[in-house]
Design a protein around this ligand. Structure first.
Ligand SMILES: C[S@@+](CC[C@H](N)C(=O)[O-])C[C@H]1O[C@@H](n2cnc3c(N)ncnc32)[C@H](O)[C@@H]1O
Length: 737
């Protein structure tokens, strides 16, 4: 695939083109503010550095050390540690001349990634801890610099200290804001937004600002609205601090924290590339604080980044007009899927026990889940408790063409139409509108008038599971902003809606058991798309869509509404929420129906089907919801001869040809993967779409041949630009224009 010049890189993702942000001035996020030896004198600090220094300074004030209340002891602890780690960082750096110099993962990727890092640092080299290079595509240079100067350990230690404070004093916005600043500086901008948003909620609760939906409907254990409880707790926490700090009034302090929350949110949003979200927020913030220079500067940077993105995108499209897909792509943030290195790494593992449990559903069928090898990488056989690595589905016997291999039904499916319209079964999404069902067959539960079911079976599945958690709660607000992009057919906010269902399924099981949500069987079986260990992601690597509302505001609100106290419950951190999002994104499948005379989009997590890998030459064909009702009844038939409700979330998987025992079963993730149907955009669009799951082709002969041709083309281009004629290619008769 052709790539543009690095200045205006374009990445194709999810069926829409995506132009990068303008690279943000690396100085502006320099992590050195944590490290005394290189702390610039304040007169040379940019506005944003001052902002970040101010946040770091919340912990760095010697005056705080004498304070006696528990709240201040926490501040003192972190402040003290900040001083100590700064000193360690200085010692590290002064010793650096003696450090062994190792450059073991510098390749072409690294060369691109190190743009903006001084030559000296690359030349001297060091072992890059890729797991600490953040999730934002925009801050690689400064992050490499941080590692090069030996400052990373100091920031990590500081993060740990502040995180402990945040756990000890969950209603104090100060450590939470500080955590946001630290994650921002470590390049984990998605998580920085998550923490800034939480601090913002606490501050707004303490200020009794009641204009947003953020805490609406939330009930505490005592039945009082949680916002009131939060209001009291946050106010108490801040007043304890003010007692020690002296003259400033509670109102002033709250306003200060409020502004700071806005600033942290905007700075972090800039790092995610969700510039549009940032601009909307900046507008609100500047209405409240029109004279705030930091806010103005952040607004300016967001505008610049947004303008740059729009222009790059327009150039890439070579079109003057924008359709809904393009607008959506320009507004979208971009984040790399990564394991968060401070999280318990076991939470990312799928062990042989996970595999065994997942395989229980396959008993008696013609296939099972096994470890799979993609490409030429040979994996060691996993030891007990190890991660089993990538998985796939394999035939356990010869399968005949046309055989039904799997019918996977699920209640983890939703649509962009709320269940409260009573047009579809809340559990299976089957159509509840005549002629697809007789009205007397519809089950209306007594507990709740907002949902209906196509059968007793669906009712029971819901009532004994996820509906216990959702009953009586109004989530229609989530559907208000849903826009369905015209061509990709993917509403941008679907992820929040399926997040709600997945979380309800999980909470129904773990609410009283204290099992970590990522260990719930549904969550534990799903993989996300993490880069191979040691890989430094460059600007052309596939990023994933990210939005403030979808990835932070909505899930926070969902959890609060479901009675989870996200401030005190250490399971539901922003990093856990984002990890759940990544798992959903990689494993969900979509379909559309028009049974009710309008297009309805379905989003499913089918727990067994999700183990199928992709091939552009698949041996399994599948069909999901019955899109227009115009198909034979056998289309909806279960192996036992039962007819499922039209429009339901079941997925039928059928052998497209004869399959031999032990062959891997593969499907297409891209409808017609060859792109023969040009209405779908042709083969190039299909390859681009697949980048969401793997960026170097699926390993099938079609992708391999394309890779080979592309490699030759790049080689030729390189030799042409250096004036060297690649005579070997010509001899081979390979000519590419
Ligand atoms: C829906 S999951 C499929 C099951 C997955 N392999 C697992 O281990 O759970 C999709 C993920 O599988 C991997 N995958 C699927 N097909 C692939 C292929 N042909 N080549 C490389 N990776 C593939 C990608 O990591 C993708 O994100």
């Amino acid at each position: 695939m052709a790539q543009r010049a690095p200045q205006t890189p374009v990445h194709l993702t999810f069926g829409t083109e995506f132009a990068e942000n303008t690279p943000v001035d690396p100085e502006a996020i320099s992590p050195t503010i944590f490290i005394n030896h290189s702390k610039p004198s304040s007169k040379h600090l940019t506005k944003k550095q001052k902002l970040q220094a101010a946040v770091a300074g919340l912990y760095d004030d010697e005056d705080l050390i004498d304070l006696q209340s528990p709240a201040q002891v926490s501040t003192w602890t972190a402040g003290h540690i900040a001083h100590t780690v700064n000193k360690i960082a200085m010692d590290d750096v002064s010793d650096q001349g003696n450090l062994e110099v190792k450059v073991d993962n510098v390749g072409p990727e690294m060369e691109m990634a190190t743009e903006g890092v001084s030559n000296e640092s690359v030349a001297r080299g060091c072992v890059i801890r890729t797991e600490w290079l953040g999730t934002s595509p925009f801050y690689l240079g400064p992050l490499l610099d941080l590692q090069k100067t030996g400052g990373l350990d100091a920031v990590i230690a500081y993060r740990e200290a502040v995180a402990r404070d945040a756990v000890c004093f969950p209603h104090d916005p100060v450590p939470i804001l500080s955590l946001s600043g630290i994650y921002g500086q470590l390049g984990f901008s998605d998580i920085a937004v998550g923490y800034a948003h939480r601090a913002f909620l606490i501050v707004e609760a303490a200020m009794s600002i009641n204009k947003s939906i953020l805490l609406k409907d939330t009930q505490s254990v005592t039945g009082a609205p949680a916002s009131t409880v939060l209001n009291t707790l946050a106010k108490d926490m801040i007043s304890i601090k003010l007692h020690g700090l002296g003259p400033c009034s509670m109102g002033d302090e709250l306003q200060h924290l409020h502004r700071q929350s806005y600033q942290m949110l905007l700075a972090a949003l800039l790092g995610t590339g969700a510039n549009w979200d940032g601009l909307l927020l900046a507008k609100t913030a500047l209405k409240l604080y029109p004279e705030d220079l930091e806010l103005k500067e952040l607004q300016h940077e967001l505008k610049e980044a947004f303008r740059y993105r729009s222009e790059g995108y327009r150039d890439a499209q070579c079109k003057a007009t924008m359709n809904a897909d393009m607008v959506e792509a320009i507004q979208m943030g971009k984040i790399y899927q990564k394991k968060y290195p401070w999280m318990d790494q076991d939470l990312y593992k799928r062990t042989s026990q996970t595999l065994g449990e997942a395989n229980e559903a396959f008993e008696g069928s013609s296939c099972e889940i096994r470890a799979v090898t993609f490409g030429t990488v040979k994996l060691d056989f996993p030891k007990k408790g190890d991660d089993v690595g990538p998985l796939g589905i394999f035939a356990t016997r010869d399968i005949q063409q046309g055989e039904l291999v799997m019918l996977d039904r699920t209640v983890t499916g939703v649509s962009n139409v709320p269940s409260s319209t009573l047009q579809h079964c809340d559990a299976c999404q089957g159509c509840l509108v005549p002629p697809f069902i007789r009205p007397e067959c519809i089950v209306h539960p007594t507990c709740c008038s907002k949902v209906a079911y196509c059968s007793l079976e669906c009712y029971k599945a819901a009532a004994t599971g996820y509906h216990k958690v959702l009953c009586g709660k109004d989530f229609d607000w989530m559907y208000e902003n849903i826009s369905v992009a015209k061509t990709s057919g993917a509403p941008s906010h679907w992820k929040a809606i399926i997040f709600l269902r997945v979380i309800a399924v999980v909470l129904a099981d773990i609410n009283h058991t204290r099992v970590h949500p990522l260990r719930h069987p549904l969550m534990a079986r799903m993989s996300a798309n993490y880069p191979p260990e040691g890989k430094i992601l460059g600007q052309y690597d596939a990023g994933h869509q990210w939005l403030y509302f979808t990835n932070v505001v909505a899930p926070t609100q969902i959890l609060l509404q479901l009675g989870v106290n996200i401030f005190t419950d250490t399971f539901w951190t922003p990093e856990v929420i984002q990890t759940i999002f990544w798992r959903i994104e990689i494993n969900a499948n979509m379909a559309a129906t028009e049974l009710t005379n309008r297009k309805i989009h379905l989003f499913n997590i089918n727990p067994n089907y999700l183990f199928f890998n992709h091939s552009c030459q698949p041996n399994i064909s599948w069909h999901g919801a019955c899109h227009d009702g115009n198909v034979g009844i056998d289309w909806l038939m279960t192996p036992e001869g039962r007819i499922l409700q039209p429009g339901c979330s079941g997925v039928w998987c059928i052998a497209a040809r004869h399959i031999k025992k032990d062959e891997q079963l593969t499907i297409s993730y891209a409808e017609d993967p060859r792109g023969d149907d040009t209405a779908e955009g042709g083969r190039e669009v299909k390859r681009a779409w697949l980048c969401k799951w793997f960026d170097n082709g699926c390993g099938c002969p079609i992708c391999e041949e394309e890779n080979r041709v592309e490699a030759v083309r790049i080689k030729e281009q390189a030799s042409q630009s250096s004036g060297v004629v690649d005579s070997q290619s010509k001899m081979d008769g390979v000519v590419h224009n």
